[in-house]
Design a protein around this ligand. Structure first.
Ligand code: 8Y7
Length: 272
């Protein structure tokens, strides 16, 4: 199903935030050595790829310059590369950060802005690595202010379909494209649930589907407003459901719990 990383079952993408303001880990992994230790733990726990981001997309987070973002992520990518050949995904919307990161050893681009920033399409085509294009309504600062759709599933499918065309036109190989409906990015809890229920429709593009719901507010909303640090079980439940519905990549904070759940999920899938 997903041959990008040489595996035929859903893979776990472990999240590494190198921001001072990331909402769900409070920026604990800002120090380089702490970051590398955390990555080694995620690899041991079953992560197949590590997603490194230096700019928080949390509503209200401050914008970061190219230089600042590179200073946060590049030394960490280099440090990981010195110890491991784990695939690294660079979570950025900036073309300059994409090239610096891939030159430092990253092997995938994860862009919550779906390569709509200046030069992002052309640079991604030149870098010739897998790219995840994610849907977002609005921009991080204001996206949770009254998000609205007439038909959330149809509109997001239309967006992703148009972006796939733009990517291919810019010279990005179809086999390098990954799509993501972008849970929580300009969506109400009800929008997120509709999207999840209809996840199978996002397989129609015949490209791998990435799902990121780990610790998000759609989980807290159902669990009596559980805070971020009490959303583990809900997160694992949704990751397992997404895998059952044929998502290829699960972007998560809690690697061991998710990797175990996915192994069970796959054992059932493969059963006679
Ligand atoms: C997602 C993401 C975030 C997601 C993809 C968080 C960077 C917010 N969420 N990338 N990034 N998909 N592709 O809660 O859902 O982790 S940041």
């Amino acid at each position: 199903m997903n041959n990008l990383f040489g595996q035929n079952y859903p893979i776990v993408m472990g999240i590494l935030n190198v921001t001072p303001d990331s909402f769900s880990d409070g920026g604990n992994y800002f120090q380089h050595d702490t970051a590398v230790k955390h990555v080694n733990k995620m690899i041991a726990d079953g992560a197949a790829i590590i997603d490194i981001g230096g700019e928080s997309t949390r509503p209200g987070a401050e914008a970061v310059s190219i230089d600042e973002e590179c200073q946060r992520v590049i030394p960490v990518i280099t440090a990981i590369r010195n110890e491991s050949d784990i695939p690294i995904s660079i979570d950025t919307s900036k073309a300059a950060v994409m090239s610096e990161a891939v030159n430092a050893g990253a092997s995938m681009i994860n862009d919550v802005n779906a390569l709509r920033s200046e030069n992002a399409l052309i640079v991604s085509a030149q870098l010739d690595v897998p790219v995840c294009i994610m849907h977002m309504q609005g921009e991080p600062r204001s996206m949770q202010h009254k998000p609205a759709y007439e038909d959330v599933v149809t509109e997001i499918k239309e967006f992703l379909s148009a972006r796939i065309n733009d990517c291919v036109e810019a010279g990005i190989k179809h086999e390098n494209i990954i799509v993501d409906p972008g849970f929580g990015f300009g969506k109400t809890v009800a929008h997120n649930f509709s999207l999840f229920k209809h996840l199978d429709e996002f397989l129609e593009f015949n490209v791998p589907l990435l799902v990121g719901v780990s610790r998000k507010s759609m989980i807290g909303a159902v669990l009596n407003n559980a805070p971020v640090d009490e959303r583990l079980h809900g997160s694992v439940a949704l990751a397992t459901l997404a895998a059952w519905m044929n998502a290829s990549i699960l972007r998560v904070h809690d690697v061991k719990a998710t990797a175990d759940a996915l192994k069970l999920c796959w054992a059932i899938k493969e059963a006679k």
